[in-house]
Design a protein around this ligand. Sequence first.
Ligand code: SF4
Length: 368
Amino acid sequence: MSVLEKNTTSLLGLSKEDLEAFFATAGEKPYRAKQVQEWLYLQRVQDISEMTNLSEPLRNRLSAEFHISDMTHVETKGSEDTTRKFLFRLHDGRYVETVFIPASKGLNGKQSDRKTICVSSQVGCAYGCKFCASGLAGFTRNLTAAEIIGQMMMVEKLTGNSINNIVFMGMGEPLANIKNLIKALEVITSHWGLNIGARHITVSTSGLAPAIKKLAEFPVPIRLAISLHGATDDVRDLIMPVNKKWQIKELFDSLHYWRTFKKQKISLEYILIEGVNDSLEQATILAKRAKGINAKVNLIPYNTVEGLDWARPSEEVCYAFRDIVADAGINTTLRLEKGHDINAACGQLRLKKETAEGIITAPIKTTR
Ligand code: SF4
C-alpha cells in the first residue's frame, strides 16, 4: 500500500512539540519525541520499523498516522564534482527540482568546504518574473515543510555529502509559502533537527513586502536576497509583475524593517538585460538604493530563455554598470560566466517532465 493510500503525515515536517503532543495522546513520555527525531535526522532511517528503541506496538501506532518521506528520485543532470540538478517525484505525481553545488575554489585559490543546495519551495510559481521558466506554467501548489526538508535529505543521501549552505532560490516564491517555509526553517536550524547554522541559509524573494516583514520577525539570523532587476518602478515593472503590487518604496520600507532585526547584509540580485535595465542611470539609482540599506549587489548578465527575445549586454556594458555601483562604495559582484547548461533558469527540468507526461498541457491559470 502506498503512503498516499494510507493518507498519513510525514514525520519530517513536525516540530518537537507536534511529536510530544502525539506521544501524550498515546500515553507515552515526551522523551519519545527526541528519540524519533534522532532516528530521523541523526540516523536518517528510511522507515519507522527501523526505530528500534520504540516498542513494536508503539511503532505500529506511529506508522498508522505517519510515514517518513514519499519523495522519489527520478533523474540527475550533471556529474560528480560539478553542479548537479535532481528531479524528485512527489506523492501526487508532481515534480520538484533541487540543485547541489559542491565546493569550489574561492577567490584566494583555496578549496572552499561549502556544499550548497538550492531548494524549491513550490510546484510552479504564480509570480511570472519575465526571465524565469518556473513561472511559465503558472502555480500548482505549495510544497509542505516535509517536502522542503526532504529535498535536502535526499540530496545528502544521493551525493554522500553533508550540506552546509542552503539557498531558497529554486522553483517557487518562498515567501508565498511562508507558513511551511518557517516550519521547514525551524527543523533545518534546530539542534534537534538538521542543525544548519542560520547564517548559511539565504531566502530569496521577488519582493513580497508584507511577508519580508513577517520573516524578519522569525528569530534566527537567516540571510535575505531580493530579486530586484530594476532600480525604478517603470523598469522593474517590465521584468517583475510583482512590482505592480508592491512597488519599490514599499519593498525598501520592508527591507529597512528587516534590518532592525537582522545584522547580515541584504543581497540585491540584478540580472542585466540589454536595452531593458542596463543603462548607466539605472546603475546610479541602484547604487543609491543599495547604499540606503547597506546592501551587497550581485550582477548577473542575462542567460537566454527559450521563447524570450531578451539578450545579454556586451561585457563592456556589464563592466561599466558594475563600476558605477562599485565606485559608489557598494560591495558588488559580476558573474560573467556563461553556459549553466544544467543550471539554466529554475524549473526547466520539471517543466519538460510534466509536459512529456501530459500533466502540463497548456499554461495553468495562476491561483493567486
Ligand atoms: S524568479 Fe522566483 S518568483 Fe520569479 S517566477 Fe521564477 S520562481 Fe517565481
